[in-house]
Design a protein around this ligand. Structure first.
Ligand SMILES: Cc1cc2nc3c(=O)[nH]c(=O)nc-3n(C[C@H](O)[C@H](O)[C@H](O)COP(=O)(O)OP(=O)(O)OC[C@H]3O[C@@H](n4cnc5c(N)ncnc54)[C@H](O)[C@@H]3O)c2cc1C
Length: 506
């Protein structure tokens, strides 16, 4: 891995206007560099899009923001107005509502371990609540062990340590006369939580990111921990407002944007990245290139030049995408409605087999996330409601999407009674729509980096083998999701400004 510190002002070409790339661009501009972003579509934000129709407005990408600290830091380091002055950030409470297969319901309060445990005690009983509380203590240990290398620092050159070491302190468990410890999330659920509802709660955190809990390492325990410890946030006006604020911060720092400008190649000169070739045949010379694009796009751009060393973490090709149904409803949002409800599948084994078996397909009874934001900006008046309903599907799914969307609505009726009778209009968003917005093959959505599992869930480092070329965004370390992609921007800026010895800024 090579990365080189740049002396003085450099011209930096950034490929893609996803949030990770824009976070890097703003930080690099503040460090005194001349930064230009080349985006193939006509707008910024990548996955953070919005659909507007008849006074209704819907997010089509992520609907919630975990760990806003990452964006607070970005705004602090790049200007005077803090994040809270640029967007309306609200903590979502309850953080989530769960409807389990057996009909049990539970609302989990935001950012309160004690509150979560007492809510579980009330719905699932004291034994289950205690098991979840004990699990969170172990999950915290996994978080403390992996937070720096898997969120806050550039990927370690000896990343194999992360691939091999499981940070989750699983409880030894006697099974068939042998003592075993859980290695996967599903085993944590079955052996430590020992309640199908708690197992569903745990597994839903991986599933929502397109990960199969049966093979996802126990280290994924950090996912529910992060939610319980740091809370879940919504951005008023919709999540695209976050992308708008980052874009405007870039403009304020004199980052230039060229939309409708698809990069088709990374120029190389004297063994270094030296700029971009664009689809219109023009060339943009630069001293450094930062690519915020999916792996197959990076392959195309580098045209056979080896950008990853033989001992690098292999690029993750995404396997999972999403189908989302945007529902415009007549009738206002009842007071006290949870922002997010997860309706769990009746038969999770069958669901996982359909989604992740070979060949992957669409489950008959999927786990469905229903988002009902309390936000007047999303509706024409208080007599209407904007709801989004999502499930994970295999990347590339095209056939059967309409039938699947119908299933999602049917499942969502368990969270929104009378939904079909209230329908004004609906729109289905498919993996092909996501592919159009991000450039990722099959509309694949990257998951955050996780430890263990032989490194299968790590993402390649932000530095590459080609001096002067860096990678940013959800397909690079530390992986997908808003906080992780935002951190990748901080890491790339650190590697460029401080050089390869940069070890993270936190
Ligand atoms: C439906 C959906 C739901 C999601 N839900 C969640 C969630 O619940 N939790 C979570 O943590 N994350 C979620 N994500 C993922 C999250 O949105 C992303 O990881 C995050 O936005 C970071 O994106 P990024 O910076 O990698 O850029 P992206 O959003 O991937 O954008 C890449 C940009 O690069 C541009 N580009 C690509 N190739 C080129 C080229 N050759 N030349 C010029 N420009 C190019 C694209 O047009 C695009 O604008 C979801 C994503 C989607 C689509």
């Amino acid at each position: 891995m090579r990365a080189d510190k740049v002396a003085g002002m450099a011209r930096i070409a950034v490929i893609g206007a996803g949030v990770g790339a824009m976070a890097a661009a703003a930080r690099l501009a503040v460090a005194g560099h001349r930064v230009a972003v080349y985006e193939r579509t006509e707008t910024y934000g990548g996955a953070l899009r919005r659909v507007e129709r008849d006074g209704f407005s819907f997010d089509t990408g992520p609907g919630l923001l975990p760990l806003p600290a990452v964006y607070r830091d970005l705004f602090l380091k790049t200007g005077r107005e803090p994040l809270e002055e640029c967007v309306g950030l609200v903590q979502v409470d309850p953080s989530s509502h769960h409807v389990f297969a057996d009909g049990t319901h539970v609302s989990l309060p935001n950012a309160s371990r004690a509150g979560v445990v007492s809510a579980l005690a009330e719905s699932l009983g004291p034994v289950a609540a205690r098991r979840w509380g004990d699990f969170l203590v172990r999950a915290r240990e996994a978080w403390d062990r992996s937070r720096r290398p898997l969120l806050e620092e550039p990927l370690w050159p000896n990343w194999q340590v992360l691939a091999e070491r499981e940070p989750y302190p699983a409880v030894p468990h006697k099974r068939l006369l042998r003592t075993r410890t859980a290695g996967t999330l599903a085993e944590v659920g079955a052996w430590e939580l020992r309640d199908p509802r708690l197992a569903a709660l745990l597994e839903s955190h991986a599933l929502a990111l397109g990960l199969d809990p049966r093979v996802t390492p126990a280290s994924a325990a950090v996912l529910p921990y992060m939610e319980h410890a740091f809370g879940t946030w919504y951005v008023r006006g919709g999540m695209r407002e976050l992308a708008r604020a980052v874009y405007e911060r870039c403009l304020a720092r004199r980052v230039e944007f060229r939309f409708g400008a698809e990069a088709t190649g990374v120029l190389e000169k004297d063994g270094r990245a030296a700029g971009l070739e664009l689809a219109d045949g023009s060339v943009a010379e630069a001293d450094l290139v930062v690519a915020g694009v999916p792996p197959e796009m990076l392959d195309r751009l580098s045209r056979g030049t080896r950008v990853r060393g033989a001992d690098a973490v292999p690029a993750r090709r995404g396997a999972a995408s999403r189908v989302t149904v945007l529902l415009a409803l007549r009738g206002g949002r009842p007071q006290g409605t949870p922002h997010r409800t997860v309706v769990h599948a009746e038969d999770r084994r069958a669901e996982l087999e359909s989604l992740f078996g070979a060949p992957g397909g669409l489950p008959a009874r999927p786990t469905v996330t229903v988002l009902r934001p309390d936000d007047p900006a999303l509706v024409p008046d208080t007599g209407h409601e904007a709801v989004t309903v999502t499930s994970v599907v295999p990347a590339g799914t095209g056939e059967g999407v309409d039938t699947h969307a119908e299933r999602l609505i049917t499942v969502a009726e368990r969270a929104v009674p009378g939904l079909r009778d209230r329908l004004v209009h609906r729109e289905v968003r498919t993996p092909a729509d996501i592919a159009g917005e991000t450039g990722a093959e099959g509309g694949a959505v990257p998951a955050p980096a996780l430890a263990a599992a032989g490194g299968r869930l790590l993402h390649p480092s932000n530095s590459t083998e080609l001096p002067g070329l860096f990678t940013v965004g959800g397909w690079s370390h530390p992986g997908g999701g808003l906080p992780h992609a935002g951190m990748s921007g901080a890491l790339v800026a650190g590697l460029i400004v401080e050089g390869p010895e940069f070890r993270g800024s936190q």
